[in-house]
Design a protein around this ligand. Structure first.
Ligand SMILES: [Zn+2]
Length: 326
């Protein structure tokens, strides 16, 4: 299942909300969050709002404090317009977590409330990712974009949410785990290893470290992807001929295809993590071309724009991970 194409409705979701979401999906073809002609929020207002309103009037008043805007009388689409798709999901997830912590979870009405809210959160996530049908049919770019969205921003793993959705889909998850998951804030952007905050509430140091190198990660990923798409000649488009040559030769040793998104992302991650700088890439290429370490030193300048010593070249080359040697 492509999560951005099909909204995952939770089992015990309120029946009329379920019906509304199904109806919504039948009509949402041309709509998207970025379209001016077919703004998806209008469709939400038209189809989802009435069902949610009816449901909200059927639940105990005390539940309303766990629905963004409900106490102030702001409707579902109204709240989305007010704060945006992404913050809405975060806020609703947080409120739902509070609800789960303060409420006995055995009651059928409680379970229905949780599943309805979860379904609405999923719906908002899908609206956010939704692309108009036409452009998703176009080859290449859009489809790839969609796939990338399911990956952790910092590596080749699926986001926590995508992984969760996949395991629900494959029936690899039991009811108890499902209940546990409703208490967690699953990340739509990061994998389990890279979630910004740990379950205990502390900041995740791996996230912090890798977030700092996000630009470099994206740069390396772009180069690898460029080279992968046109293997017969240097095509990394790094702006430096030696670096382009490096990627060209590195890729010749690998069997990766442009469709191997996860592998490419993990390769880029390892490249950044192992500190394979552009200077090192140029050194590796020169070495491969037959230059001695002393000669390489003359061609690679340090930060002070001076040639580097043979020893420094030797040290730099010795630090390169085996998989990145040419
Ligand atoms: Zn990750």
């Amino acid at each position: 299942m492509n999560i951005s194409e099909k909204v995952n409705i939770w089992e015990k979701c309120d029946p009329s909300t379920t019906e509304a979401i199904n109806c919504f999906q039948k009509h949402w073809g041309p709509y998207s969050s970025s379209s001016r002609r077919y703004p998806i929020i209008n469709l939400v207002e038209e189809i989802i709002d009435p069902a949610v309103n009816v449901y909200m009037n059927s639940i105990p008043a005390s539940y309303k404090m766990f629905i963004p805007g409900a106490e102030a009388g702001i409707g579902f689409s109204g709240m989305l317009k007010l704060i945006g798709f992404e913050p809405y999901q975060r806020l609703q997830r947080q409120l739902l977590r509070q609800f789960c912590m303060t409420t006995e979870l055995t009651d059928a009405q409680v379970q229905c409330f949780i599943d309805t809210v979860e379904s609405l959160i999923t719906l908002v996530g899908s609206c956010q990712d939704k692309r108009p049908k036409k452009s998703s049919m176009a080859p290449g770019v859009n489809l790839n974009d969609k796939r990338i969205k399911r990956f952790c921003k910092l590596c080749g793993e699926l986001t926590e949410f995508a992984k969760f959705a996949a395991s629900v889909d494959a029936n690899q998850i039991n009811d108890l785990e499902l209940l546990e998951h409703t208490k967690l804030e699953l990340s739509h952007q990061y994998c389990n290893k890279h979630r910004p905050k740990l379950t205990c509430g502390k900041w995740n140091s791996i996230y912090k470290r890798d977030r700092r190198s996000l630009d470099q990660f994206n740069t390396e990923l772009q180069r690898l992807t460029n080279q992968c798409a046109k293997r017969a000649q240097p095509n990394a488009k790094s702006g430096n001929a030696l670096i382009d040559q490096y990627f060209f030769r590195l890729m010749l040793n690998l069997t990766l295809q442009p469709a191997d998104k996860a592998e490419l992302r993990n390769l880029a991650r390892r490249m950044v993590d192992s500190k394979l700088s552009d200077a090192k890439k140029r050194m590796l290429l020169l070495k491969r071309t037959g230059f001695s370490q002393a000669e390489i030193g003359k061609q690679i300048l340090n930060v002070k724009q001076q040639p580097i010593t043979r020893q420094a070249v030797s040290k730099a080359l010795a630090s390169v991970r085996k998989e990145f040697l040419l």
